[in-house]
Design a protein around this ligand. Structure first.
Ligand SMILES: CC(C)=CCC/C(C)=C/COP(=O)(O)O
Length: 226
């Protein structure tokens, strides 16, 4: 006996009333598709370029050298060196430059922490978290703090130090290599470093705009010059 359930009339799907039909899924915008493709390509390329991500990686033997570069662009040596220079400086002009460099370095740390905290992009999965002195937001990778610092310091040094051409070239090369090494070490994706360079470059404009001098911060410089 066929069960009543299998009768064709009972199995026909009910036609939903117009008000109960599922809402159409909005198709992603062109910008969203482009962004998703860019990020997917970024992850793929960055993984390939992470050739020093571990001792056993393709270029693992170069890792100690790249970690040295990592320290050269780290906030601690830059802050410590600037404070030391400020303590030793005997010329008002030198003190002015170093005080503004200190302001630039602190501004960089704050802005990078804010953006990292907002974006919360995780570091690449192939990164080994064995970095020299980090703060809590450094578990995030966007933007690269080394890239922002390198670009900003590079502009700062080129504007305020009188250097021979070979040294100027060396400063620019250092900034570029610090950025590239972040991807090779597996610390960052390419877009973290690219955005970091742009952000650091623009941060220098902020430092230039708010340049501290005896004219606009007489109390600061007056206290120092006594
Ligand atoms: C603790 C201090 C003073 C600075 C932290 C510097 C640091 C670890 C930045 C992270 O750089 P990346 O974003 O390039 O990995």
């Amino acid at each position: 006996m066929p069960s009543p359930r299998s009768s064709p009339s009972r199995r026909a799907a009910p036609v939903p009333s117009p008000s109960r039909r599922a809402a159409p899924v909005p198709s992603p915008s062109c910008a969203a598709v482009a962004l998703r493709s860019l990020l997917a390509a970024d992850l793929r390329v960055s993984r390939r370029l992470g050739v020093c991500a571990g001792e056993r990686s393709a270029w693992g033997s170069a890792r100690p050298l790249l970690r040295l570069l990592e320290v050269s662009g780290h906030g601690v040596p830059w802050l410590a060196g600037t404070l030391y220079g400020l303590g030793r400086s005997e010329s008002p002009a030198g003190r002015e430059v170093l005080l503004n460099l200190l302001f630039a370095l602190v501004l960089d740390l704050v802005l990078v922490a804010v953006v990292k905290g907002l974006v919360r992009r995780r570091r690449p999965t192939h990164n080994k978290m064995d970095m020299f002195v980090t703060i809590s937001v450094d578990k995030y990778s966007f933007p690269s703090g080394h890239a922002t610092r390198a670009a900003m310091v590079c502009r700062f040094v080129l504007h305020h130090l009188v250097l021979a051409i070979p040294l100027r070239v060396l400063v620019v090369l250092w900034a570029i290599i610090v950025g590239i090494s972040r991807v090779m070490l597996g610390r960052h994706n390419v877009t973290d470093v690219a955005f970091g360079f742009i952000m650091g470059y623009m941060q220098y404009n902020v430092v230039k705009y708010f340049w501290l001098s005896p004219l606009n911060a007489p109390a600061l410089f007056g206290a120092w010059n006594q």
